[in-house]
Structure formats: C-alpha cells, structure tokens
Design a protein around this ligand. Sequence first.
Ligand code: ADP
Length: 434
Amino acid sequence: MPKTLAYIALWMMLAMAVGYWTTPTAGWVLLTAGLSLMVLASGRQLTQIRKWVTDFSASPPASVGPWDEIIAPIYREIRRNSAHIKELDQHIDNIMLAAEALPDGAITLDADMMVTWCNKTACTHTGLDLQKDRNYSIFNILRSPEFNKYARQSTWPEPMLLHHTAHDHVERALQLQLTRYGADQYLVVTRDVTQVEKLETTRKDFVANVSHELRTPLTVLSGFLETLHDIPREEISDEQRKHYLDLMMQQASRMQAIVADLLTLSTLESSPTQAGEPVHMKEVIDRALEQAKLLSAGQHVFVENIADDLYIKGIETELASAVSNLLTNAIRYTPKDGTITTSWYLTESGLACYSVQDTGIGIAAQDIPRLTERFYRVDRGRSRATGGTGLGLAITKHVAMRHNAELHIQSRIGAGSIFSLEFPASRVMTPPSP
Ligand code: ADP
C-alpha cells in the first residue's frame, strides 16, 4: 500500500509540474490518465484474485500489485491449513484401516441406535450391508428380543451371547458388547465364539462321558465289595467268592483299560509332533498279529500280505497302537470263522498303506463318520462285552494325523469292513543299510 500511495503522490506532482510549466488542462489530463490507468490495472488484478479465490488449490496470481501484500499471508495460511488437513486425513485413514483390520466386528450407532458405520468383520458376523443399512436401526438388523433387552439396559458391564444366522446361512455364536462413547453414541463389538462354544460343549460331553464310563464298573465293583463285606463267611461258598472276585477283577481291568486309553489320547494330544525314525512296519504288524491271534483263540482265519522292505518315518509306539487297535477291532466285531486280512503295501501312487479287512458285522453308513469320536460306539453293549473302551479309533485317528496319514473306513452291514491307514510318499523310506 505505501508503494501505491507513493506512486499516486509522484503522479500528482508530475501532473502539477506539467500544469505549471504548460497549461493547467494538460496537468489535469495527465492526472486523469494516470488515475484511469491505475483503476484499470486494479480491475485486472481483482479479476485474477477473484479467479484464484474460487480455487485455493491453485497458486495465487503471480503479481497483483498492491494486493500481493494481502494475498501472500493468506496463501501462507491456506498452505499451512491444507498440510494440517492432509495430516488429519492420513490419521483418519489409518484409524479406519486399523478398525478394518480388527479381528472383532465393530458397529457404531447414533443416539437412536441407527447404524452409522461398521467394519467388514461386523458385516460377516451380522449380515450388515453398510450401503443399504446405514441409518437403519440395529434392532431391525439383528432382530433379536434378547439383544433388544440387552440394549435397553442403562449400562453393559457384561457382553451377551447371541446365536445369529446372517445372509450366508451360517449360524454363529456371537458375543456382543455394547458401550457408550462420545456424545450419546454407541459402539457394538461383535466376536465370533462359535468354535469356543463347540470346544466347551465337547469338553463338557467328554467329562460327562468319562464319568459315566468309569462310574458303571465302579458301581459294580463296590456292589460286590459290599456283598462280600456284609455276608458272613459261612454263608458264602469258596466257589461263589471266587466268582465275585473274578467279576470284580473284570471291572477293575475295564477301568484300567479306559484310564490307559485316556492317557494315551491325552499324550497324543499334548505332545508335539515329531518326524520320528525309520520304522520297520513288518515287525510292528507281526507283533500285533501275534497278540491278535491270542485274542482270537483260533476262532478266525488270518490272511497276511505284508511287505518286508517297506519302512516309514514315524514314532514306533504310536504306530504300534494304531496297528493293533484296527486288528483288535476286526477280531472283536467278526464272528467265529470269519476271515481277517492284514495288508501292508506300497500303492501305485507311492503311498504306504496298512489295511485290515474283516468279514464281520459291518457298520451302517450313518455311523461311519462318527466312529472316531471319543466313546462313540455303534453297539455299546457289544463293545463293552468284548472289552472295548470306545477310544480305540479316536487314538488311531490321532496317530494318523500325527503321521500325516489318512484313516479310511469302508463298510457294509453284514458284509464286513476295511479300515486302512494311508501314509504319504514323503514318509515312505527304503530299508536302512545294515
Ligand atoms: P471300541 O473300544 O468300542 O471298539 P473303537 O473306537 O475302537 O471303540 O470303535 C468304535 C466303534 O466302531 C465300536 O464300538 C464299533 O461299534 C465300531 N467298530 C470299530 N471297528 C469295527 C469293525 N471292524 N467292525 C464293525 N464295527 C467296528
């Protein structure tokens, strides 16, 4: 501005000098021309400034005379502000990315419980579609009287459990926690606890099953003990006493078998998997066959087809347990004179296969998928009568998993069964040199 005033003063002095030395009219003409030029230049500068004002992201006009001094600080402030806005945008982007990456679902609600935002996990959990459901009530989306009741509380110290089926038709157990934040806004955190719930049910079932399995022999055992304790010596014959003691021993060994299998199962579940050593499977199978033949007591026909030079890398004790479980089952579920064929061979695709085929009672198709569940038996009475614990196939399945093997079961009622363990080619080994 001072520059402009100096310019006007200079021009006026020049006009006065011209008016003094020539004619006053010439002075006035010069002054008018100078001021007009100034007005025109200012008009042009203001047009440039107006254009810039509509788009602050562009650089300001290069030179706008006296306006330069006003525009420069404004432009500096604008630049500072836009850098700050950029930084804030970056922060918001980071927060949104973090919210998306959360393993839990997050839904924000306004004061009227209308959805304002949610992350992808919440969409999967609840079936929310933010495009469609934004500004819709959460109650219409979850449609659950339990959630309605929970949300109407004034505080939410505990989360609630909701069984919810979203659009993908998968029923999930969701843990929902509502919190108030900011000025009457709400946050719902959703967590998928379906697996946790399943594990908890399995654990409860397992404890109930173990208790039941042990209680039965224990009841029988204590019954006989009471009888022996209460009956006077002279009222019971030696033969009768021996009979009672035999029955008690049977029950005690049944409990021992259950506890031993439970321990095996727990060791398999808790110990880390190891690559193992080369195992000469023929030796392992031969040992199991010896035991099996003792159990069969000559009642079955045995056919053996066992490769001698086929080794696998594994844990011998675990493999021995799986091999003998399948053989023992074949004997226990095959009536007298049935045939049991044991094979150990390399398949065309390079897998090592152990299979036990029997001509026994067979298994109905609907039972096959459940056989490896702990304590699952098709015929509880028959399993118990033959000394079964209901854990043999669960153990075998675990051993298979720890050796990257697959357990296959083929069976038909009345026609017999084939149980086979297929070990991957990566476990197959040539015999070690002597
Ligand atoms: P168990 O000790 O009762 O035999 P397993 O886990 O070894 O327990 O087997 C589970 C159930 O599978 C058995 O109770 C039986 O009903 C069925 N099963 C297993 N092997 C055979 C087989 N070879 N033939 C018929 N049924 C079998």
